[in-house]
Design a protein around this ligand. Structure first.
Ligand SMILES: [Fe+2]
Ligand SMILES: [Fe+2]
Length: 259
């Protein structure tokens, strides 16, 4: 199975580019599945049900989120009813949403799990315990398992990668919006990359307007940070897995959108 994972979709520039480009990308790269992190799709924070539906329509198989999960509260209904979106598995049990999901593709079944890190982030439950629980529930019913580790610290992400090496097909990081040059296959056969990078405007500070963030950060006067517009890129990784669900290759994916 060959699948693409795309990092955090940021605002309209990222969301529109995914919708426009994904059908061709799917064909060009011979992809069996596409999973995207969409936690910043709605004007930089959260995801609306309409955006979710449209992402599925353009060829996305499953959506992961992160700390911005509930920024658009209307998404709760989608989290409760759709099997194509997951909440971070180490969010509270009472939070709406599934802790894992399985989607069928032409090349087999793929399980998707999202986890949050705990350094410089809102305190969440133990990601190690949460992923163990999810993996025991998933059992042998899938061909491939993808884990999105949504975390601030590279160490947190590497820990999850090593903890899951040989137990899942891929562990790919999100949240920091900057693609990292460390894509590798770990010794046990798990593909790993610290951060997929965002799908959004790179002429920015993590997707937001440079001048607004600079003004506010230097003066301490609060400003609303709006989503930037220029140098839009789609970033992530393409992973190929063998029949046993071990990763054979991981390549960084980056597509610059002509504007
Ligand atoms: Fe994000
Ligand atoms: Fe995040």
């Amino acid at each position: 199975m060959r699948f693409l994972f795309l990092g955090d979709i940021v605002g309209k520039p990222g969301y529109s580019a995914v919708r426009t480009e994904l059908p061709a990308i799917r064909q060009q790269h011979n992809l069996d599945a596409v999973v995207v992190n969409a936690e910043n799709a709605a004007d930089g924070s959260g995801l609306t049900p309409r955006q979710f539906r449209r992402l599925i329509e353009c060829g996305v198989d499953a959506v992961t989120m992160g700390d911005h999960l509930f920024r658009q509260k209307e998404i709760i209904d989608t989290l409760e009813t759709s099997h194509q979106i997951v909440k971070p598995a180490n969010f509270p049990k009472s939070a709406p949403g599934r802790t894992w999901s399985i989607v069928e593709t032409a090349a087999g079944k793929i399980a998707v799990i999202s986890l949050m890190g705990r350094i410089y982030m809102r305190p969440v439950d133990c990601p190690f315990e949460a992923v163990d629980q999810a993996l025991s529930e998933i059992g042998d019913q899938v061909d491939v398992i993808l884990v999105d580790i949504h975390a601030e610290a590279t160490g947190d992400k590497q820990l999850i990668g090593r903890y899951l090496d040989g137990r899942v097909t891929a562990v790919i990081g999100t949240h920091t919006h900057v693609p990292t040059a460390d894509s590798q296959i770990l010794p046990g056969g798990t593909a790993f990359q610290c951060d997929a990078g965002m799908c959004g405007p790179y002429e920015s500070i993590l997707g937001r307007s440079v001048s607004r963030v600079l003004e506010s950060s230097t003066s301490f006067v609060p400003e609303s940070f709006y989503v930037a517009t220029k140098d839009v890129r789609l970033c992530g990784a393409i992973i190929e897995a063998d029949k046993q669900g071990r990763a054979i290759t991981i390549e960084r994916f980056e597509k610059r959108i002509n504007q």
